[in-house]
Write a protein that binds this ligand. Structure first.
Ligand SMILES: Cc1ncc(COP(=O)(O)O)c(C=O)c1O
Length: 361
């Protein structure tokens, strides 16, 4: 099989072809070093250059202020669910969580091991199909945590929740990081598993304000202190070198595309086409509240499980992979992250239109 097909996977997800081609070359020899990128020591000059470039691009693309550290960690976004409260929440403090999906629920579960949790809002009453407008924050939370894009349910915060001055805002941006401009100074910490918009699984990007790093207890396991990774430039132990390399290449691609503003326009255009089609369809219905629709994960159903299954089968046969929705929502999910090409959205609409014609009642 040499032909690439359209990959709608929610993550790991489609990467830019040019990045994959470059990686293919660099696997054998990174530049003219004669050593492949997987084989270089993380302390080698060649890898340090890769690392420095990835960090510099990250800072440039998101205009990250100097009082923030960029860390490349392991353990996925899920490890951040525990590391955040471990470092920033004590037994007698409360952290506020906006619960907009099962990833936020998992974050809450971990936080409860370290302190008190106030669920400031929840959309569980309607299977997380919307973003609540009312948020009830506690008196003086240690921080406020939210999930900017709900990968499973196809909802996304249009803007950051408002928090009182001095309260750190923390965001799990795993499934929409760098899909649009982001004002880092509004946050205390932003984190994302790389496997959707940034690169392969195995590396987690953490952007954290200096004062929060300093605040963490010093009696935690060494690997679980932000301080450790900040002081060692993410090289306390062997970092996920290949993940950092690919992330750097993806960020260079993003920059070449025109950066975050241009990327946001492309994402708007791609998702807009699909939602426009869904809004006029007599067969397929979007599942997320219109005002909260995600530009990254477009979820939809026919309302008939067997018809959904038939559509997925037909789409797969037409070269559209990974459209099956998460089991908690059912139906279909088209994950169309930054690197997913617009031509794939066009093809999906074509296949959906054809299916709709064949099944018109
Ligand atoms: C919004 C969100 N948060 C967290 C996670 C978990 O990430 P990881 O598998 O890197 O732990 C995911 C994975 O899909 C996600 O979509």
């Amino acid at each position: 099989m040499t032909e690439r097909i359209y990959n709608f996977s929610a993550g790991p997800a489609a990467l830019p072809l040019s990045v994959l081609e470059q990686a293919q070359q660099d696997l054998i020899s990174l530049g003219d070093t004669g050593i492949g990128v997987l084989e270089h020591s993380h302390r080698s000059k060649a890898f340090i250059a890769v690392y420095d470039e990835a960090e510099a691009l990250c800072r440039e693309i998101a205009s990250i202020p100097d009082n923030y550290k960029v860390l490349f960690l392991q353990g996925g976004a899920s490890t951040q669910f525990s590391m955040i409260p471990m470092n920033l929440l004590s037994k007698d403090q409360t952290a506020d969580y906006l619960v907009t999906g099962s990833w936020s629920q998992k974050a809450v579960k971990e936080a409860k091991l370290f302190g008190k949790v106030n669920v400031a809002c929840s959309s569980e009453d309607k299977n997380f199909s919307y973003i609540p407008e009312e948020v009830s924050l506690s008196e003086k939370p240690a921080y406020v945590h939210f999930t900017s894009n709900n990968t499973i349910y196809g909802t996304e915060f249009a803007t950051e929740p408002v928090v009182p001055a001095g309260i750190p805002l923390i965001c799990d941006a795993s499934s929409d990081i760098f899909s649009r401009p982001i004002e880092i100074s509004q946050y205390g910490l932003v984190y994302a598993g790389a496997q959707k918009n940034l690169g392969p699984s195995g590396v987690t990007l953490v952007i954290i304000r200096d004062d929060l790093i300093a605040q963490g207890p010093t009696d935690l396991p060494t690997m679980l202190q932000y301080r450790t990774h900040s002081e060692a430039g993410s090289m306390y132990n062997t970092p996920p070198t290949f993940g950092i390399y690919v992330l750097g290449r993806v960020l260079q691609w993003l920059k070449d595309q025109g950066g975050l503003t241009a990327m946001a326009q492309k994402n708007q255009a791609k998702a807009g086409k699909l939602y426009d089609y869904l809004d006029q369809s007599q067969l397929f219905k979007p599942t997320a509240a219109k005002k909260d629709r995600s530009l990254m994960n477009v979820t939809f159903v026919t309302g008939d499980d067997s018809l959904d299954a038939k559509f997925i089968k037909q789409a797969t046969a037409a070269g559209l992979d990974g459209l099956k929705g998460h089991r908690s929502v059912g139906g279909m999910r088209a994950s169309i992250y930054n690197a997913f090409p617009e031509s794939g959205v066009d093809k999906l609409i074509e296949v959906m239109s054809q299916f709709e014609k064949e099944h018109a009642s």
